[in-house]
Design a binder for this molecule. Structure first.
Ligand SMILES: NC(=O)c1ccc[n+]([C@@H]2O[C@H](COP(=O)([O-])OP(=O)(O)OC[C@H]3O[C@@H](n4cnc5c(N)ncnc54)[C@H](O)[C@@H]3O)[C@@H](O)[C@H]2O)c1
Length: 438
C-alpha cells in the first residue's frame, strides 16, 4: 500500500460529511448506467430508498456502547430490526440482549439463539445476516471488523478509536476508501461532530469569530474507570479481553480510547488539518497495580501544526483528583470556550439553538443517508484523529518527538498475530527513553 501520510488531504467539514461523495456517485453510477463491467466488489450498495424495505441491523461488541447504539439505530428508522449479535463472550451478549428486550424498541429486537455468535470470529456470521452493522468491540479489533464489513457491502456505524496502531490506521484508511467506492454509508462514533451546539461553535470559529487561531487547550481529566475482575478459570487472554481498557494493544491506551474526543476537536478547530509533530510526557502515577495492565494514567501532549499553532492537550484518569473536561481555542480576536458554546472578545457570541442527542443524531444521519442512497463517509476525520491520538501515545511512551509521517509509517503492530484463549503476556509498561519507536 502507499505509505505516504495523508495528513491534510480530503479534509472536509462535518456539514458535508460525504466529502466528495457526489462526484464519486456521479462517476460510478454513470459507469454502471453505461453498462461497463465493474468488479462485483463495487456493486455492493443495495438500495433501501423507497423506505418500505426492512433494514436488518447487527451488533458486534455487545457492551455499554453497542447496546446504546443498537437502541439508537432502531429509534432512527422504523424499518429497522436487530437480527444478529456477536460478542467475544456469551454472558456479555446475553446481558446486552436482556437490556435491549426491556427498552421501548423491544418489539424490533429479534435475535434468535442461532443468530447469537461468540468468540473471535463471531462477527463473520453477523455480517452474513445484516444490512447495517454496529462496530463496538474494543478498538484493537476494529480494523479487521471494518475491513470485513466493507468487503461484505454493509453500511456501518463505527465507534472510535478505529485502531490502536499505525498498521491498523492504514488498514482502516483503505477500508474507508473502499466504502466510498462502494457507496456504503460509514458513520463515526466521534459523536461531538453530530452535536448541534458544537457544530454551531466550530462554524463560528471557522468564520473567523475569534480571528486567527493562536493556540488550543484541551483537557480530559476524569476519574478511573471500571475493572471487571480476574478469574482463575479464565485464561490470560480472557482476563485481558474482559478488561480491555487497561491493555494498550486492545484499547490504544486512554489517550486514544477517551481523549480522542478532545484531540478530534483540536483538529476540527483547525478545519481538519492535522499536526505535523507531537512532543509528550506521561506515566502511571497512581494506577500502578498490575491489574491495570500496561496503560498510563496520565498524558501531556503538545501538538504542533504547520502554521505554528500549538495544541496543548492533557488527560488523566485519577480518582480523588479534580475533574475537568473542557476545550478552549485562543484567537487573535477572542477566545472560544467550546463546551460553553461561547465566544468572548471582539465578537461575543453564545449558542442559543436547540440542543440535541448527539448519539441519536449519528444514527438518524446514518439511516437517512441509507434510505436516500446518499452515503455519508466520516472516514477522513475518524482515521486521522485516531492517528493523532496514537502519535501522542508514541511520543509519551518513547520520549521522542514524533512526526505525523513517522506515526503514519510506523511498523509497530500491537497484539498477537492470532487470537486464542490461552496464555498471553502483554508488553511491560512503556518507559520513555528506553521504549523504542518502530
Ligand atoms: N463515542 C462515545 O462516546 C463512546 C462511549 C463509550 C464507548 N465508546 C467506544 O465504544 C467501544 C466499546 O466500548 P464499551 O464502553 O461499549 O465497552 P464494553 O467493554 O462495554 O463493550 C465491548 C464489548 O466487546 C466485546 N468484545 C471483546 N472482544 C471482542 C471481539 N473480538 N469481537 C466481538 N466482541 C468483542 C466485549 O466482551 C464487550 O462486551 C470502544 O471503542 C469505546 O472507545 C465510545
Amino acid at each position: 500500500m502507499n505509505h505516504s501520510a495523508p495528513s491534510n488531504m480530503d479534509s472536509h467539514s462535518e456539514q458535508t460529511p460525504g466529502f466528495g461523495r457526489r462526484s464519486f456517485l456521479r462517476g460510478s453510477l454513470g459507469v454502471l448506467a453505461s453498462g461497463s463491467l465493474l468488479p462485483s466488489s463495487l456493486l455492493a450498495a443495495k438500495s433501501f430508498s423507497d423506505g418500505s424495505e426492512e433494514l436488518k441491523v447487527g451488533l458486534i461488541g455487545c457492551g455499554g456502547r453497542g447496546s446504546g447504539a443498537s437502541v439508537q439505530a432502531l429509534r432512527a428508522d422504523k424499518g429497522t430490526k436487530l437480527v444478529a449479535m456477536a460478542d467475544a463472550f456469551s454472558d456479555r451478549l446475553e446481558r446486552s440482549l436482556k437490556y435491549l428486550l426491556q427498552t421501548n424498541v423491544k418489539d424490533r429486537i429479534q435475535v434468535p439463539k442461532e443468530h447469537r455468535f461468540t468468540g473471535f470470529d463471531g462477527y463473520k456470521k453477523v455480517l452474513e445476516l445484516v444490512d447495517v452493522v454496529i462496530l463496538t468491540s474494543p478498538p484493537h479489533f476494529r480494523p479487521e471488523h471494518l475491513a470485513a464489513a466493507v468487503a461484505a457491502g454493509k453500511h456501518i456505524f463505527c465507534e472510535k478509536p478505529v485502531a490502536v496502531d499505525a498498521p491498523g490506521v492504514r488498514s482502516v484508511f483503505e477500508s474507508c476508501r473502499k466504502a466510498k467506492e462502494k457507496g456504503l454509508s460509514l458513520v463515526s462514533g466521534l459523536c461531538w461532530r453530530y452535536h448541534n451546539g458544537m457544530r454551531a461553535t466550530f462554524d463560528k470559529i471557522h468564520e473567523g469569530a475569534i480571528g486567527e487561531i493562536r493556540t488550543i487547550q484541551a483537557t480530559y481529566n476524569t476519574s478511573g474507570l471500571w475493572h471487571r475482575g480476574f478469574k482463575k478459570e479464565w485464561s490470560e487472554m480472557e482476563n485481558m479481553v474482559r478488561n480491555w481498557i487497561y491493555y494498550t494493544w486492545l484499547s490504544g491506551d486512554h489517550i486514544a480510547e477517551q481523549h480522542i474526543h478532545s484531540l478530534d476537536k483540536i483538529a476540527w478547530a483547525m478545519k481538519d488539518e492535522y499536526p505535523v509533530r507531537v512532543t509528550a510526557s506521561g506515566g502511571r502515577q497512581v494506577r500502578t497495580d498490575p491489574k491495570y495492565g500496561n496503560v498510563y494514567d496520565h498524558f501531556n501532549t503538545v501538538y504542533e501544526f504547520k502554521n505554528g499553532v500549538k495544541g496543548f492537550a492533557s488527560c488523566r484518569q485519577w480518582n480523588g483528583a479534580a475533574n475537568d473536561v473542557s476545550d478552549h481555542v485562543y484567537g487573535t480576536e477572542g477566545i472560544c470556550h467550546i463546551f460553553q458554546h461561547q465566544i468572548v472578545g471582539k465578537h461575543p457570541w453564545k449558542f442559543k439553538g436547540k440542543h440535541n442527542s448527539m448519539y441519536q443524531a449519528e444514527h438518524d444521519a446514518l439511516f437517512a443517508s441509507i434510505r436516500k442512497g446518499d452515503p455519508i463517509n466520516n472516514g477522513d476525520y475518524m482515521v486521522k484523529s485516531t492517528l493523532m491520538a496514537i502519535m501522542g501515545r508514541m511520543a509519551a511512551y518513547t520520549g521522542k518527538v514524533i512526526s505525523w509521517d513517522d506515526a503514519w509509517n510506523s511498523k509497530e503492530r500491537l497484539g498477537p498475530e492470532t487470537y486464542e484463549w490461552g496464555p498471553f503476556k502483554p508488553k511491560p509498561v512503556a518507559r520513555p527513553g528506553i521504549t523504542r519507536f518502530f
